[in-house]
Design a protein around this ligand. Structure first.
Ligand SMILES: Nc1ncnc2c1ncn2[C@@H]1O[C@H](COP(=O)(O)OP(=O)(O)OP(=O)(O)O)[C@@H](O)[C@H]1O
Ligand SMILES: [Mg+2]
Length: 471
């Protein structure tokens, strides 16, 4: 075990010194300060595990020191030494959060025991906190899956901006994880232990959104039988998540702007100005710039919200993430439903990866949940996939080739069209064509000699004739 550091505040140097020696003999590091003020100075600079303080001291007494310690480092335990006639003070100290008190003259056996108990309690608290922060990590960031370059960049950005209070605007299609990211930012910020309050702006009608956001006073309108705090007040010192922010009506946008600029507002029907300290994270499915251009969204508000901009790419633009998400969700639902689904066959995984996922991660998650619940398979295979996914690969693209076409030309056509289908991914094209990557590179080099005009016309032709056949 590490040496524990104990700070002794005692103006009677004889008592202090003998206590210091005693604790040293017990294997601790003990430092002596002649009064509360100097003790506090030491405490500011060094990590101290335990404070033992006399009550009556010049400059700053033991009670004041106790209060200061609890304010500065609440987890630090404090043992109070009371002399005769200061027992009332000792009682007061207990109320202020002292671990225990001991009366003078100090009995070595009693103080040793108290010290051990206090240190033990402190170790437990720290272990607990460590555990809790690990859990929070797990639940608020580690559960955001993303290995694609795009997502890794976004995670870096989040780590970078989370500690600051600046507003964040998250843009992404439905189901891309906007709310998850908003959560991650909050739980990785210094506001993590305060409230995270969500407002779905689209679900609130124009009539009630203001009272929801800003609260109201009793009698502000018919039905306002009691005054009520709005979400802004509830989020005080924490984070307010404005989901579907583009749906905030214009009149409310002005008030929102004022809160963002000045940190203050009034409840509906009230005239007391309320000051708050919040961080705003807003999210939208659509690019807000469009709404600004169309005059539906105030430009000044847009700039206030858009201090940090996070664009979440749709799942189809980060297919590398799909296998990781698939495994993550299988694990998740295995746990939830007490199943032991092992994984996904290669064929099924290919289909899952190729699918367009217009509903993004949410659609992928729901699909896997329903596969598990309906089939509880040993491993997910092609037959478990819903038809639209199973059949998507069978939409084979076809190039009609005239009988008698020179083989060289056939090869060129098939190579170019395959590359088009894989969006230029040579490795994938090579895989589909059953050749190795080096060969495809060599063949493409050959194509480069191919003149641009014929390539373009080939492309156009392919578009004209490409047909999709559903099984
Ligand atoms: N990167 C990810 N890793 C793990 N789960 C994810 C990820 N992205 C999204 N999800 C999951 O997908 C579901 C949808 O995510 P979320 O609600 O955050 O999306 P959204 O962008 O807010 O969607 P909407 O615009 O429809 O409100 C949630 O269950 C979420 O946990
Ligand atoms: Mg959402």
């Amino acid at each position: 075990m590490d040496k524990k550091v104990i700070l002794i505040a005692e103006d009677d140097s004889r008592v202090g010194e003998s206590l210091r020696l005693l604790l040293k003999k017990k294997g601790h590091e003990a430092v002596l300060a002649p009064n509360g003020k100097e003790a506090l100075q030491l405490l500011r600079h060094d990590a101290v595990d335990l404070v033992i303080t006399d009550v009556v001291m010049p400059k700053m007494d033991g009670i004041e020191l106790l209060e200061a310690v609890k304010g500065l480092r609440p987890e630090t335990e404090v043992i109070v030494i009371s002399a005769q006639g200061t027992i009332e003070k000792a009682v007061q100290a207990m109320k202020l959060g002292a671990f225990d008190f001991i009366e003078k003259p100090i009995n070595p056996r009693v103080i040793t025991l108290l010290v051990e108990r206090a240190l033990e309690k402190q170790t437990l608290i720290l272990q607990n906190r460590d555990l809790r922060s690990k859990l929070e990590d797990k639940f608020h960031f580690k559960n955001v899956i993303g290995r694609s370059e795009k997502m890794v960049k976004i995670f870096e950005l989040i780590r970078h901006i989370a500690p600051y209070d600046s507003s964040v605007l998250i843009i992404g299609e439905s189901g891309t994880g906007k709310e998850l990211i908003a959560n991650a930012i909050h739980y990785n910020s210094p506001r993590a232990s305060m409230a995270f309050i969500k407002v779905s702006c689209a679900s609130l009608s124009e009539g009630i959104i203001e009272s929801e956001l800003f609260g109201h006073e009793k009698g502000a309108f018919t039905g306002a039988i009691a005054s009520r705090k709005g979400r802004f007040e509830l989020a005080h010192q924490g984070t307010l998540f404005l989901d579907e922010v583009e749906d905030i009506p214009p009149a409310t946008q002005i008030k929102l702007l004022r809160v963002l600029q000045e940190g203050e507002f009034e409840r509906a029907g009230g005239n007391k100005t309320i000051r708050i300290n919040i961080r705003i994270i807003a999210a939208s499915n659509r690019d807000l710039q469009e709404a600004v251009k169309e005059g539906r969204f105030r430009e000044d508000l847009y700039y206030r919200l858009n201090v940090v901009n996070i664009k979440l790419p749709p799942l189809r633009d980060r297919k590398d993430d799909i296998p990781f998400l698939v495994h993550f969700f299988i694990e998740k639902y295995n746990r939830k439903y007490h199943m032991k689904v092992k994984g996904v066959s290669q064929k099924a995984m290919n289909l899952l990866t190729d699918y367009e996922w217009t509903g993004n991660v949410r659609e992928l998650e729901n699909t896997l949940e329903s596969i598990l619940v309906i089939n509880n398979p040993e491993a997910v295979d092609v037959q478990h996939l819903p038809p639209e996914i199973r059949d998507s690969k069978q939409k084979l693209e076809v190039i009609p080739i005239k009988i008698g076409t020179p083989l060289e030309e056939v090869e060129k056509e098939i190579l170019m069209e395959t590359l088009r289908m894989t969006k230029g991914n040579k490795r994938k094209a090579a895989q589909l064509l059953g050749i190795n990557v080096r060969t495809i590179h060599r063949k493409i080099e050959g194509l480069e000699g191919f003149d641009e005009a014929s390539r373009a016309s080939n492309g156009a032709k392919a578009k004209r004739v490409a047909k999709s056949r559903t099984r």
